[in-house]
Design a protein around this ligand. Structure first.
Ligand SMILES: Cc1cc2nc3c(=O)[nH]c(=O)nc-3n(C[C@H](O)[C@H](O)[C@H](O)COP(=O)(O)OP(=O)(O)OC[C@H]3O[C@@H](n4cnc5c(N)ncnc54)[C@H](O)[C@@H]3O)c2cc1C
Length: 175
């Protein structure tokens, strides 16, 4: 019936697109275009769903981009500094310094790595105490924040511990 067919068209999500390319969906000739579009739309939606699907840890199962690597790396670095020994041994200091230099060499965003290497040369890691190291990483992060026009973090040990070691408001930080 005529009204059934126009209802079908109204409810068809592809109808506006088919209309825009001049297809009359009442005609059987429309079926080929429609099935091709439906298949393509299905593939696009499946790809979107796959990319956006969060794993239990909150990440997606896709190669990470610059920002995802950045956030993950800063999380690791600030957390390592937060839990670095208060009185590190000579070996602790040496390992930490070498770790930072290796990171600057192999950091997977190449232009970020070039600037990071320069920054580390200008201001070598301060790994004599936990507080020194926390503040040094904070300053390094702020150099990048400044370059990207982002707000600077207040590099005091209290603010850093609040963010990276122990929140004074544990409820705020519950999952
Ligand atoms: C070594 C390194 C070099 C990088 N270089 C570049 C670059 O050249 N170009 C580029 O586009 N991206 C670079 N990045 C990535 C960039 O720094 C960010 O990670 C990315 O832009 C995502 O930013 P974001 O705003 O999500 O949070 P991020 O900047 O990743 O910060 C994550 C969290 O850290 C906290 N935080 C912010 N600043 C500080 C601080 N100073 N001290 C302690 N905690 C802080 C905040 O709570 C913030 O939410 C680099 C990352 C690293 C690790």
């Amino acid at each position: 019936m005529g009204s059934d067919s126009s209802d079908n068209i109204k409810n068809d999500p592809l109808a506006p697109f088919l209309k825009s390319i001049g297809e009359d969906c009442d005609r059987p000739a429309c079926d080929d275009t429609k099935s091709a579009l439906t298949a393509a739309l299905g593939r696009v939606n499946a790809a979107k769903k796959k990319k956006g699907e969060k794993q239990p840890g909150g990440y997606t199962a896709c190669p990470p981009g610059k920002d995802e690597i950045g956030v993950s790396t800063w999380t690791l670095l600030h957390s390592m500094a937060a839990w670095y020994p208060k009185q590190p041994s000579d070996q602790d200091k040496e390992f930490m310094t070498n770790f930072v230099k290796s990171l600057a060499r192999f950091y997977p965003c190449t232009w970020c790595a070039t600037d990071f290497q320069k920054n580390v040369d200008l201001s070598p890691p301060r790994a004599d105490t936990r507080e020194d190291l926390c503040i040094w990483f904070c300053e390094q992060h702020n150099l990048v924040n400044k370059k990207l026009g982002k707000p600077l973090f207040d590099c005091t040990i209290n603010k850093l511990d609040e963010r990276w070691k122990k929140s004074s408001d544990p409820k705020k930080c519950q999952e």
